[in-house]
Design a protein around this ligand. Structure first.
Ligand code: ADP
Length: 262
């Protein structure tokens, strides 16, 4: 399968064409007594494919949820394309959010809508696309993810792998500049994992979309990443190319973690 880049290349929102696209500065996030992110600093350049690795509970998903504004930090600044995402007013948040798409572990498709409608709903209501245009684009994207024949199906009629392909197509239908992927194969039966990862490899290879990816699939991380961030206790403890992180990790915790998962 080969991705048609013209379909997903142009972001719908105002282009966030900065070299440094995402910046977390001194971000702290607490849940009750627990400090999940502790003065976190990191940045991601435009077009990069960045993988977040680290033990369960180290705050990786929380970072994606902060970028989606599904939760707010207690302290610090989050900037996307030079525009503040936090702290910011509602209007600015909406503008920045328009450029960010997310695919979740549990797909999160709208169960009461057909596959086609899952893809057209937000482009029509949020981007203001006409119904015909949104549908034409949705059909092209479903073709891209190998599900052209499932337009009229409902999510429950699809396998997990198919549902995740629809979720990926739905995120791309918003023409995001940033795609967040949160353990997108964790809920899939083993035989369905490879197809979804191959699709994402294709998208990574053939588009300019900046990707932040939380994954336990280390081979996939090695393949698609320009940069790997290793998290522990709410901090980035080590970052670098996949060759460096997987081949010559410097930090003892990184070595321990990779020793346990590889
Ligand atoms: P990771 O993705 O690295 O496994 P998470 O970001 O999902 O880690 O979670 C980090 C920690 O924050 C975990 O201990 C988790 O239980 C806690 N946490 C996450 N979301 C919430 C929430 N909504 N309420 C309370 N605790 C949460």
């Amino acid at each position: 399968m080969s991705a048609d880049t013209s379909l997903i290349k142009e972001p719908a929102g105002r282009p966030l064409d900065r070299t440094e696209l995402i910046r977390f500065e001194n971000v702290t996030k607490r849940f009750g007594e627990q400090t999940v992110l502790d003065g976190l600093d990191f940045s991601v350049d435009t077009g990069r494919h960045v993988t977040l690795i680290g033990p369960s509970g180290s705050g990786k998903t929380t970072i994606l949820r902060l970028l989606m504004t599904l939760t707010k930090p207690d302290e610090g600044t989050i900037t996307v394309g030079g525009q503040k995402l936090f702290p910011a007013d509602e209007k600015q948040v909406r503008e920045v959010r328009r450029n960010i798409g997310m695919v979740f572990q549990q797909f999160n498709l709208f169960p009461n809508m057909s596959v086609l409608r899952n893809l057209t709903e937000a482009p029509v209501t949020v981007l203001g696309l006409g119904k015909d245009e949104a549908e034409a684009r949705a059909r092209e994207l479903l073709d891209l993810v190998g599900l052209a024949d499932k337009c009229d199906a409902y999510p429950t009629q699809l396998s997990g792998g198919q549902q995740q392909r629809v979720a990926i197509a739905r995120a791309l239908a918003m023409r995001p500049q940033v795609l967040l992927l949160d353990e997108v194969t964790s809920a899939l039966d083993p035989e369905l994992v490879a197809g979804v990862l191959d699709l994402l490899r294709d998208i990574a290879r053939t588009t300019d979309i900046t990707m932040l990816c939380v994954t336990h699939e280390m081979n996939f991380a090695r393949d698609i990443s320009d940069q790997v961030l290793m998290f522990d206790s709410g901090q980035v403890i080590e970052s670098g190319s996949p060759e460096k992180i997987f081949g010559e990790p410097e930090h003892e915790r990184t070595r321990e973690f990779l020793g346990a998962v590889l």
